[in-house]
Write a protein that binds this ligand. Structure first.
Ligand code: FAD
Length: 405
C-alpha cells in the first residue's frame, strides 16, 4: 500500500493535524514523489485550543497506552529540532497548592451565591505526596501566609512543558519543509460514497470558492469541530478561558485549591464567586505565566475558531484568584486574555485514534485536556495507520473510534 499513489488529506491544523502531517513526512515509507499530504485548516494554524492551551506534558497523564510514547517523542523532537529554543520545551516541577485566598484591596459588589467550580479534567489525578505547609523555596511567587499545604505531583523527570502555539506552528513548518502542503479553507463535506473515501470539499478562506481535493486517505483532526464535519464522531466541546501574565518566575506548574474569603470580590466587578476555585498556572521560559480557569457551557461552539467569544470578565476572575494568593502575580501585567474549546468524547475517556469502518477515513480527535501531551504519539500512530495499515508503536485498541461510534 505504501508504494501506491496516495492523496492524504488532514482536516484541521491544530496540534493533532500538524503532528500527523509531521510524522507522515518522517515515516520511512513516505515518498513525496507519489504521496501527497495536504493539511486543510479553516482559519489559521493553532487557532483553537492548540494555540491557547497550557502546554503541560506529564508521564502521569492519561491514557496510559500512549502517554509514555508521546512523552518520549516530545523529548526526542525537542532534541532533534532545538525545541528548547524553538518551542520552549523544558522539564519542570509540578505541585498542587492548597491555599486560603486574601481579599483584594478594593472590592465591587459580590452578587449572589457562587456556583461550584467546573474543573478541567486534567486534575482528576491522584494527589501527590503532601510535603506540608513548607512550600519549595524556589516557589517564591506565592505568598507564604496563604499556603496551607503543598503536594508534589511531578518532578523534572516526569513533567515537562512546551509552548503549544510555538510547538504546533513548528510542526506545521517542519512538515511543510518535508513536502506537506497547507491550504487555508473550511471543509464543508467529506465524500465517502462507494467503497471508501474519494475527496474533501472545502471553501477557500480568501476567495470563498468551493474546491474538491481527491483523497485516498482522510485524517479527521478537527478537534471540537470534528462532529460538525462528520456527525457520527461522538465529539462534544466545552469552553475554557485563560490568561498570560508577564512574570519571570521559577519553573513550576502549579495546580491550586483556593478557598476564597467569604466576602471576596473583584474591584469594579459585580460577579458571584464560588467558595473554592482551582486555577492552574504554568511558568514559561519566556518570562510569562499561563493560567487557565474553569470550563463553562454558556456559549455553544461557533462555526470557526476565529469566532470563539472571549468573556474578558472570566479572564479577570482568573487574575483575581491568582492575585489572592500571589502578590507577585497581582502586580504583574496581564498580556493576553483568551478562550478556546476543549474537545471531549461524549462517552468519556478519549482520545479516539484509528479507523472508522469507512475505508480511508481515520479519526484522531477527542484529546480532552491532554492533547498537547498526547499529540506526538497520535501523529506517529496516524502515520502507521496510513502507511502500515495499523498501529505499531502502541496498543490503541481501547482508543478505537469504532468502540464509541
Ligand atoms: C484551557 C486549556 C488548557 C489546556 N492545557 C493543556 C495542557 O497543559 N497540556 C495538554 O496536553 N493539553 C492541554 N489542553 C488540551 C489541548 O489544548 C487539546 O486537547 C488540543 O489542543 C486539541 O488539539 P486538536 O488539534 O485536536 O484541536 P484544535 O486545537 O481545536 O484544532 C482543530 C483545528 O481544526 C480546525 N477546523 C475546525 N473545523 C474545520 C473545518 N471545517 N475545516 C478545516 N479546519 C477546521 C480549527 O480551525 C482548528 O485549528 C488544554 C485545553 C484547554 C482548553
Amino acid at each position: 500500500m505504501a508504494s501506491e499513489t496516495r492523496n492524504i488529506v488532514i482536516v484541521g491544523g491544530g496540534i493533532i493535524g500538524c503532528t500527523s502531517a509531521y510524522f507522515l513526512t518522517r515515516h520511512p515509507s513516505f515518498n513525496p514523489a507519489i504521496h501527497k499530504i495536504t493539511v486543510l485548516e479553516a482559519t489559521a494554524i493553532a487557532s483553537g485550543a492548540s494555540g491557547k492551551a497550557g502546554g503541560l506534558l506529564a508521564l502521569w497523564a492519561y491514557p496510559a497506552n500512549i502517554v509514555p510514547l508521546s512523552y518520549r517523542l516530545h523529548a526526542e523532537l525537542a532534541k532533534e529540532h532545538d525545541g528548547a529554543r524553538r518551542w520552549g520545551y523544558r522539564a519542570v516541577h509540578c505541585g498542587s497548592i492548597d491555599a486560603k485566598g486574601k481579599k483584594l484591596d478594593a472590592g465591587g459588589t459580590d452578587e449572589g451565591k457562587g456556583e461550584e467550580w467546573k474543573k478541567l479534567p486534567k486534575t482528576h489525578i491522584k494527589p501527590g505526596k503532601t510535603i506540608g505547609v513548607e512550600i519549595p523555596k524556589e516557589l517564591d511567587w506565592f505568598d507564604n501566609e496563604s499556603i496551607r499545604s503543598y503536594s508534589e505531583m511531578g518532578d523534572p523527570s516526569t513533567t515537562a512543558q512546551v509552548h503549544p502555539y510555538q510547538f504546533t506552528t513548528s510542526m506545521a513548518d517542519l512538515a511543510k519543509e518535508a513536502g506537506a502542503n497547507i491550504i487555508f479553507g473550511k471543509v464543508t463535506a467529506l465524500d465517502y460514497t462507494g467503497h471508501g473515501v474519494n475527496g474533501v470539499t472545502y471553501e477557500d478562506k480568501e476567495t470563498k470558492q468551493s474546491h474538491t481535493l481527491p483523497a485516498t486517505d482522510i485524517i479527521l483532526a478537527a478537534g471540537p469541530w470534528t462532529s460538525k464535519i462528520f456527525p457520527d464522531a461522538p465529539i462534544e466541546s466545552t469552553r475554557a478561558h485563560s490568561v498570560v501574565i508577564k512574570a519571570d518566575v521559577s519553573p513550576y506548574a502549579v495546580f491550586t485549591e483556593i478557598e476564597l474569603p467569604k466576602d471576596f470580590s473583584i474591584p469594579g466587578k459585580k460577579r458571584r464567586h464560588g467558595k473554592n476555585v482551582n486555577p492552574e498556572m504554568y511558568a514559561r521560559p519566556d518570562g510569562t505565566v499561563y493560567a487557565c480557569g474553569e470550563t463553562d457551557d454558556l456559549t455553544p461552539l461557533p462555526a470557526t475558531a476565529d469566532l470563539v467569544a472571549c468573556d474578558t470578565s472570566r479572564c479577570d476572575d482568573i487574575s483575581a484568584y491568582l492575585s489572592s494568593i500571589s502578590s507577585v502575580l497581582k502586580s504583574s501585567e496581564v498580556l493576553t486574555k483568551q478562550a478556546c474549546y476543549l474537545p471531549l468524547v461524549s462517552s468519556g475517556g478519549g482520545p479516539i485514534i484509528g479507523e472508522t469502518g469507512i475505508k480511508g477515513l481515520l479519526l484522531a480527535t477527542g484529546h480532552t485536556c491532554w492533547g498537547i501531551q498526547n499529540s506526538c504519539a497520535t501523529g506517529k500512530l496516524v502515520s502507521e495507520f496510513v502507511f502500515e495499515g495499523g498501529a505499531m508503536s502502541a496498543n490503541v485498541e481501547s482508543l478505537d473510534p469504532r468502540n464509541v461510534m
